[in-house]
Design a binder for this molecule. Sequence first.
Ligand SMILES: NC(=O)c1ccc[n+]([C@@H]2O[C@H](COP(=O)([O-])OP(=O)(O)OC[C@H]3O[C@@H](n4cnc5c(N)ncnc54)[C@H](O)[C@@H]3O)[C@@H](O)[C@H]2O)c1
Length: 398
Amino acid sequence: MEKRIINKETSMMVAIVGLGYVGLANLMLYSSKYNVIGLDSNKEKVDCLNNHYFLEMDEKVAKCLEKNSSMWIATTKYMEVYRKCQYVIICLPTNYDEKTKRLSTEIIDTEVRRINNINREAVIVIKSTVPIGYCKRINNKYENSIISCPEFLREGRIYKDIFYPSRIVVGGQKDVIYKWLKMVYSCIKNKKQISTFIAEYDEVEATKLFSNVYLAMRVAYFNELDMYAESNDLNTRKIIQGVCADSRIGDYYNNPSFGYGGYCLPKDTKQLDAEFGAISHNLIGAINLSNEQRIKYIANIILELSAEVIGIYRLVMKSDSDNFRESAVLKLLKELSNKKEVILYEPLLKEKEYNGIKVISSFDEFSSKSDVIIANRLSKELDEVIEKVYSRDLFEYN
Ligand SMILES: NC(=O)c1ccc[n+]([C@@H]2O[C@H](COP(=O)([O-])OP(=O)(O)OC[C@H]3O[C@@H](n4cnc5c(N)ncnc54)[C@H](O)[C@@H]3O)[C@@H](O)[C@H]2O)c1
């Protein structure tokens, strides 16, 4: 369906490249005030968006995109997009490359080269998480102005995090940054409270990686605390409450789980480990190892329970998540299904089988067939069968 962008108040045209998690959040943000063209190589995704088919999306995001639908359009045709726009916001994937042991920037490299060939006036804003040194390198190589401004979104909180960001960390040429920030401030809803940090490109990129790695470390820490307590028959909840009453530690982000997962924490932790190179370090490299051990530990505990059929309740990592990519539960599923009969309850799945595991769509059938129910996060639905449930969710928040 072709739509026309009709906002007459502004001639500003923003392009968002990569309409995944981060790209759609940015599409939502900028289209609240400006004309936006979203670019993605996935034609099916582009068609769905243009037809307002937002079914698998966070409800608030879908509603907001619908509301601003006269302000944006999606396409696969980069030429027309790059020719027209003043700003290109890069939200492309940077997957971890097992061979180079680094985040791959190949996809971004191609797009930046294209933009440079088509429109050297366009300001390129890098939202993707990149290796330290990346923006400095492309800034030296190409004529386009480059802004580095990593995204700090949490799963299941996209709407809040994009309109009320915790902070803006940004690098680039000062006059270009100030002009761009003006536009961002006109879209966000907490402009009066927000802290903006302007730094060198490398410092901005390091801030993103060190932030994510701190979060991974905190999850691993509370999970190790839980393994110690459970193995010694101690009450994890009481220990965490006592530890976290210290305001330096804080009573938040401390709920044990089966491990961290998702797209970012595992890969960003590996990237930061690689960034250290020859610099002496032990902690960063140990975090992913600790997380892998956690999953094996949980699998062993479950396998020791006298259960013939193990029911996995949800693949999502958080109760309000809309996806389960690289979730720790997937790894757990792999460990368990090699050794026992496993069944799965995940309403996000429409298929009857997932990786050879039977998916049961009725919760009642799932719970009656399971001898034990494994839940990374508890929910009200489990209350009636709680005696069957194994979980390390002690505080019932994410
Ligand atoms: N997911 C998060 O919560 C989060 C948070 C902060 C930062 N980041 C970072 O932001 C970046 C994007 O992450 P994401 O989660 O949005 O990724 P994603 O996989 O959800 O989305 C990437 C999108 O880019 C599209 N794409 C791939 N190659 C393309 C190309 N050549 N041209 C146009 N489109 C292309 C894909 O079809 C997909 O829609 C990554 O660097 C990630 O580390 C992610």
